[in-house]
Design a protein around this ligand. Structure first.
Ligand code: CTP
Length: 402
């Protein structure tokens, strides 16, 4: 048994703050990035220092903050050296004023000089009042930045610090951390179509009752997100969940196993990879009552009939996509999982203990393939999903070469 959970190579970013109220979110962003093993060098404009102190950013990033280009105690060549060492510069928040400077190539302070002197990608998270965002001047500047190859993160729509509502709010720290990490993923699945099922299914008994399970959909959505990060075209067939849709995926909402099966059949011919993460109900009510069943005196017997096995159907197609299954077991994990993989004839199966996995944000997975088993140690579901996909991509590419 060996662990295939590689520590992602450390990435270095310069995190630039300009003077907007959203700067408080950047403190959390710095914390999240450091937690994800990103080396963060903070640089702030004078205006940013009025919203949040360099001391806060220094404590969270673990490095002295670059502020003043004339300060002799700082590296006199900081505008060159900081960007040379970086894999990317991220400006969050980016004010309308700073965006205008970037569009024009101005270099009047340390942060803008750093951006102009960079030889690495630039990511910009705008944060401003909606009128400022909608102003043709800002839109012109944003279009210019996009044309210059700059990546724009957000902004989002919502209630703003000024009390108005509309476009211009900076993305939340978690969304920015996700987008920044996604930016660094190698696009191994570019042009590859990935079809996924996720979440529980709901099998109606009558007008108001049904059979379902405690699957939250978090693992399936994390796998969809990880596939998107690798550049895949993702179709996600989702049972009922409370999760927000992964941006960039084509999502089809379904309720029952039969609906999920129909949706999969509709898309499977185009799929290169199929990943069955959904906790599909194995049985449904043999007869669904249109009206609510009334309470009676004695016992009530419910007759159940088996649902189609979607994964087994896909794996059994004459020309199946590369199939990945999941197994949730409550005991004898290794034995049951490997038996399931062989029975369904799938090259890769990810198994977990149902009582640990369901509904939680973190998990532990064991992958089973022809070579044996591979442990993905306990971590958050997105980290697990990324490691699972790295393994799946390797097997998928080996399969294509044969
Ligand atoms: N699966 C499916 N369709 C079903 C049942 C399961 O596509 N009707 C898929 C799941 O998405 C998962 C895998 O099969 O990828 C295993 O699901 P699981 O419920 O753990 O196994 P079952 O085959 O249903 O067996 P059991 O419930 O007896 O453990």
């Amino acid at each position: 048994m060996r662990s295939i959970m590689k520590q992602t190579q450390t990435k270095r970013i310069v995190l630039g703050l300009t003077g907007g109220i959203a700067a408080y979110k950047t403190a959390e962003l710095a914390r999240l990035l450091v937690k994800q093993n990103v080396d963060v060098q903070v640089a702030m404009t004078e205006a940013a220092c009025r919203f949040i102190t360099p001391a806060t950013m220094q404590a969270l990033s673990g490095r002295p903050v670059l502020v003043n280009q004339w300060d002799a105690t700082e590296n006199s060549m900081a505008h060159i050296s900081a960007s040379r060492a970086a894999d990317a510069i991220v400006i969050a928040p980016a004010t309308a004023d700073f965006i205008a400077k970037l569009a024009l190539g101005l270099a009047g302070d340390l942060l803008s000089t750093l951006c102009l002197a960079r030889d690495c990608p630039l990511l910009v998270a705008p944060a401003m009042n909606k009128q400022m965002w909608e102003n043709p001047a800002t839109q012109r500047n944003i279009a210019q930045l996009i044309a210059d190859g700059v990546t724009i993160l957000g902004p989002a729509c919502g209630v703003q610090a000024c009390g108005e509502e509309g476009m211009g709010r900076m993305l939340e720290a978690e969304e920015l951390a996700r987008d920044i990490l996604a930016f660094f993923q190698p696009k191994l699945l570019s042009g590859v179509k990935v079809l996924l099922t996720a979440g529980p299914t709901y099998e109606a008994i009558d007008a108001v009752r049904g059979i379902t399970n405690r699957s939250s959909g978090k693992m399936g959505y994390a796998v969809a997100q990880a596939a998107l990060e690798l550049g895949a075209d993702v179709i996600l067939i989702s049972g009922p969940t409370a999760l927000s849709k992964p941006q960039g995926a084509q999502v089809e909402d379904v309720t029952s196993a039969a609906e999920m099966f129909d949706a999969v059949k509709q898309h499977v011919a185009d799929a290169d990879i199929f990943i069955g993460v959904a906790a599909v109900a194995d049985y449904r009510a043999a007869q669904v009552s249109e009206q609510k069943i009334k309470k009676g005196e004695g016992k009530l017997t419910l007759e159940l009939t088996p649902n189609p096995d979607i994964l087994a159907y896909v794996a059994g197609l004459p020309k199946p996509p590369f199939c990945v299954g999941f197994a949730a077991e409550s005991e004898n994990l290794r034995e049951y999982a490997e038996a399931k993989r062989r029975a369904k004839k799938i090259p890769l199966l990810a198994a977990n203990l149902a009582q640990q996995a369901i509904g939680s944000d973190a998990n532990e997975l064991i992958l089973f393939d022809d070579a044996g088993e591979h442990v993905l140690p306990h971590s958050d579901k997105l980290t697990l999903a990324r490691a699972l996909l790295r393994h799946a991509v390797k097997l998928y590419q080996q399969g294509k070469q044969q």
